[in-house]
Design a protein around this ligand. Structure first.
Ligand code: ADP
Length: 295
């Protein structure tokens, strides 16, 4: 909005830039749509694990009361059957319960992950997320993540190959692992089979951790957008894989709070490489830490 005034300062007209108003209106509408889309995705994401938890805990409760289990115990108590005969049946029942408990445990963990993701996003948005930067063992930080991801990858028939490099980072260990969990998790989530590799290379000042998959790849016009909060490439593969679209935006913010970065190189149909760069711990950092301790 701009004003025009006469020579003696009287207001004689107001000019309103209609294009700017329209642009602001469009931006507000698009933000509103992104919010509604996110609420839809989120409700669906939260409902899936909850349905599993409630379904299996219901079955677990029924099992505890189930006549089959009770009959077996009663028959054993009365010595009507001998343990050797009933052992297999009892073992089968235990296996069944253990499998259901495992699904409940997995779904509970998944819910916790989603809720933590939302909390992190809100802390990053308000600038209240605190980093705990310290000297940390780079190879150990990476292998902690890849060790845990190996079985998840193997379940999908994916071969997780890891190349570690000895180095000391100046980083928040927990937050760096969170970034890597996201990158390796996405590589495994969006690939059907094949190889996911995690390769560390060091320079004088930093370490590069490259996570490469031979999954579906990402179109060039989507490459910047995937780091925007809530953004998911609109494909059946993405929707089938689930997720909130918050992971990469959180990863990028967490890396930059440590003077690092996350970047991507990808070609549709040819897989992707996500690169996490983190600074190395240097002699200067060492003296800075020592002088801080002296103070
Ligand atoms: P989420 O995985 O929860 O959808 P992210 O922020 O981690 O959210 O990723 C955003 C989007 O980027 C994903 O929905 C997917 O479309 C795309 N993407 C991320 N990593 C990969 C990958 N390794 N291969 C193909 N697409 C990917």
């Amino acid at each position: 909005v701009s004003e025009s005034r006469s020579e003696d300062g009287m207001l004689v007209g107001i000019r309103v830039d209609v294009t700017a108003v329209k642009q602001a209106q469009e931006a507000a509408e698009s933000a509103n749509k992104a919010k509604t889309d996110f609420m839809n995705v989120l409700s669906h994401e939260l409902r899936t694990p909850l349905t599993v938890i409630l379904g299996y805990s219901g079955l677990g409760m029924k099992f505890a009361e189930s006549s089959k289990a009770r009959q077996l115990v009663t028959a054993l108590k009365r010595n009507e059957i001998v343990w050797r005969q009933s052992g297999d049946q009892v073992e089968g029942l235990f296996d069944d319960v253990a499998a259901r408990m495992m699904r409940i445990d997995q779904s509970g963990r998944h819910l916790l992950f989603l809720i933590n993701e939302m909390l992190d996003f809100s802390k990053l948005s308000s600038g209240t997320l605190a980093m705990d930067l310290e000297a940390c063992d780079g190879a150990r930080m990476v292998s902690t993540v890849t060790d845990q991801m190996e079985s998840v990858a193997a379940q999908k028939g994916i071969d997780l190959q890891v190349q570690l490099a000895d180095c000391t980072l100046l980083a928040d260990t927990h937050r760096s692992q969170q970034i890597l969990f996201n990158l390796v998790g996405n590589a495994v989530k969006f690939s059907e089979s094949g190889v996911v590799s995690v390769v560390m290379t060091t320079t004088d000042s930093h370490v590069d951790i490259a996570v490469t998959d031979d999954g579906p790849g990402i179109a060039s016009n989507e490459l910047d957008r995937i780091f925007e909060p809530f953004h998911q490439v609109d494909s059946t593969a993405t929707r089938k894989a689930g997720g909130t679209g918050l992971g990469l935006s959180i990863a990028k913010e967490l890396a930059s709070l440590q003077d690092g970065s996350v970047s991507v190189v990808s070609k549709l149909g040819q897989g992707s490489t996500f690169l996490l760069r983190l600074p190395l711990f240097t002699a200067e950092d060492d003296s800075a830490t020592a002088s801080m301790e002296l103070e």
